[in-house]
Design a protein. Structure first.
Length: 622
């Protein structure tokens, strides 16, 4: 396949010749047909003399006309690729020079089933059961199903929008609201995002949504039925923002709002600027899962300001963000919590490496990917998050610790804000910073790093970082007791008690269960043993999604088919891929009955899932 984008193998865009700088969206949200109708207008700056056309990414869009500088022009469409879509080519006048500005307008509508960025919910799929709801998820390459655009993180653009919705609903975007006007049964909402962002951060949500102010920069939004509990859960948002500012640089986005979406949202959170999207699975009732907010706030610098130039360098977004999230956690809860979180990450990373090896795609365990001809979603896993974190933690440790490394983190943001970069630019700046601030001694240390292995070798990191085990010791001790009980003669007495885990944090309970899950590959936990564990700790009754998922996964790994109804109830009411994909895979592996149930459940409930989630589960079960 031939791509016009030498900077990004997953885009047709010719941004190296002419680049979008400003976008205006004018769209009607049609809940009757589940489509968006309207236009997008691009302000483009010529990068290369004599450029002949603008090439935009599209997928499953109905193009109804194109204009250049207010004059209609004939467009052409390229060959359609199942993953990347179709290149839209809009011809330009002759004689354009570098620095010239061209306005390109495209009239279009999305397709009902082909807009993978959008999920349209019937009233019955919402908490309130009265009004429809829609929301978008453009990462990684789904903005092209929402609008014709240069759909690559290499391109950063500002945008404004005029969104027309039913008058009884509210529209929110990854931008600052400007105005709302009502005419008849139509409400027109306008927005502006004046900081340049990549296309995958354009986001829209429309529904029966209310807000509660939780800080000087933050409002929490949700359906009326859950807005109070969401506002309580995320009340400490300002604390996270200030801590991020202390570690890095001032927060530049003005607003930091949080939208708690319906249960089908496929991720824990999405770092849309000014409006973080989060899953309702975080509403644990005890603020035990709000570290996701620390992660999404960290994206305000890492990913949103400093962006990976292509999905091949995605770790620059997520590895840095995971590193800053854990630094925020350390500032708020102590260094032991940072290390404990890192231990959890090691387990997640190992699971991803094992999974890719099992399905025959170990290349996706590299830090720097080769995604030519690949779907970036296939490479989405814990690898960029945790392997990237491990590299940065290793660098921090060999270069002199937090205080010295903090200077580099700030320099990284100051140097690359509003830009898209590669791993090699990161490395070059790392060397330049430490040579300038600390001299040859630090350069010599950096020269000991096996960069090729870190960047390009498959598998676990080449260096095993050491983490404080203090908070893990109790979990491991309890897991050892249960392993010994599992190996004891049938009917042996036990001394387990609910108090064993009463004072555990969520993460400690998760580590306890994950340790047992790891042990289950060599120690058979019988159904009787798990029945005993459940009678003591009441794990099946726990509603905390992190604990619930690990417990169900352990039961499935041990063949405890009595858990089947709870698994089905979980995966058909909570659409977060972290849980859904894990449990569908575990159900499929559990037994022949489990595999049959997994496939039948997915077919029956496929419409519940976001299109991205449905696509990935379908592959998992194939």
């Amino acid at each position: 396949m031939c791509f016009t984008a030498p900077f990004d193998p997953n885009s047709y865009a010719n941004a190296h010749q002419i680049a979008i700088t400003d976008v205006h969206l004018s769209l009607e949200v049609d809940f009757f047909n589940n489509i968006l109708i309207g236009s997008v207008t691009h302000k483009c700056t010529v990068v290369e003399d004599s450029v002949k056309e603008v090439v935009l990414d599209t997928k499953n869009l109905h193009i109804e006309g194109t204009h250049v500088d207010n004059s209609p022009v004939e467009y052409s469409l390229g060959t359609t690729d199942a993953c990347y879509g179709t290149a839209l080519r809009v011809p330009l006048k002759d004689g354009l020079k570098k620095g010239d500005v061209v306005e390109v307008k495209v009239l279009y509508r999305t397709s009902k089933d082909g807009c993978l960025a959008a999920q349209w919910l019937e009233p019955s799929q919402t908490v309130g059961k009265k009004h429809p709801y829609m929301f978008t998820q453009c990462q990684p390459i789904y903005a092209r199903t929402l609008a014709p655009i240069q759909d690559s993180p290499y391109v950063k653009l500002k945008y404004t929008a005029e969104i027309r919705v039913p008058s009884h609903l509210r529209a929110l975007m990854s931008a600052v609201p400007v105005s709302e006007t009502v005419s008849g049964n139509i409400k027109t909402c306008t927005f502006t995002q004046q900081i340049s962002i990549p296309s995958y951060l354009i986001a829209l949500a429309v529904g029966n949504i209310e807000g509660r102010r939780v800080g000087p920069r933050s409002t929490v939004w949700a359906e009326p039925e859950v807005v109070e509990s969401a506002a309580w859960e995320f009340a400490d948002t300002e604390v996270f923002i200030k801590t991020g500012e202390d570690i890095l640089t001032p927060y530049v986005w003005g607003v930091y709002d949080v939208l708690c979406l319906p249960a089908s949202f496929p991720y824990g959170g999405m770092e849309n600027p000014c409006l973080t999207f989060v899953t309702p699975s975080l509403l644990a009732g005890d603020r035990s899962l709000v570290d996701v907010i620390a992660h999404e706030i960290a994206h305000s610098w890492m990913g949103n300001l400093v962006t990976s130039a292509s999905w091949e360098h995605f770790w620059l977004n997520e590895g840095f963000t995971m590193f800053i999230e854990r630094r925020i956690v350390s500032r708020l809860h102590g260094e032991a919590e940072r290390h404990f979180s890192a231990l959890l990450g090691v387990k997640a990373l190992q699971e991803s490496v094992d999974h890719y090896n099992e399905i025959g795609t170990p290349q996706y365990t590299r830090l720097v990917q080769d995604l030519k001809g690949s779907d970036p979603d296939d490479a989405f896993s814990s690898v960029p998050y945790e392997k990237g974190f491990h590299l940065l933690f290793y660098l921090e440790s060999i270069l002199g610790g937090e205080k010295i490394f903090d200077g580099f983190l700030k320099n990284h943001v100051e140097t690359f804000s509003h830009k898209s970069i590669t791993s090699f630019q990161f490395k070059d700046n790392l060397y330049a910073y430490f040579e300038k601030t600390h001299g040859q001694e630090k350069v010599d240390i950096l020269n000991t790093v096996d960069w090729d292995t870190w960047f390009f070798k498959e598998g676990m990191p080449p260096v095993k970082n050491e983490f404080d085990q203090t908070l893990a010791q109790e979990c491991n001790t309890l897991a050892t007791r249960w392993t010994q009980f599992a190996n004891a003669p049938v009917g042996a007495n036990h001394s387990f008690d609910a108090q064993d885990i009463a004072k555990f944090s969520t993460n400690q309970t998760v580590v306890f269960l994950e340790t047992l899950l790891t042990e289950s590959s060599s120690t058979k936990f019988s159904v009787a043993v798990l029945d005993t564990m459940d009678s003591v700790y009441k794990l099946t009754q726990v509603r905390n999604c992190e604990i619930r998922c690990r417990w169900q996964e352990l039961c499935l790994a041990s063949g405890r088919e009595a858990i089947f109804p709870e698994v089905v109830e979980f995966v058909t009411t909570m659409g977060r891929m972290k849980y859904v994909r894990t449990l569908y895979r575990a159900l499929r592996k559990c037994s022949a009955a489990g595999e049959q149930l997994a496939k039948a459940t997915f077919v029956k409930h496929k419409a519940f899932y976001h299109p991205i989630c449905a696509q990935m589960v379908e592959r998992d079960l194939a």
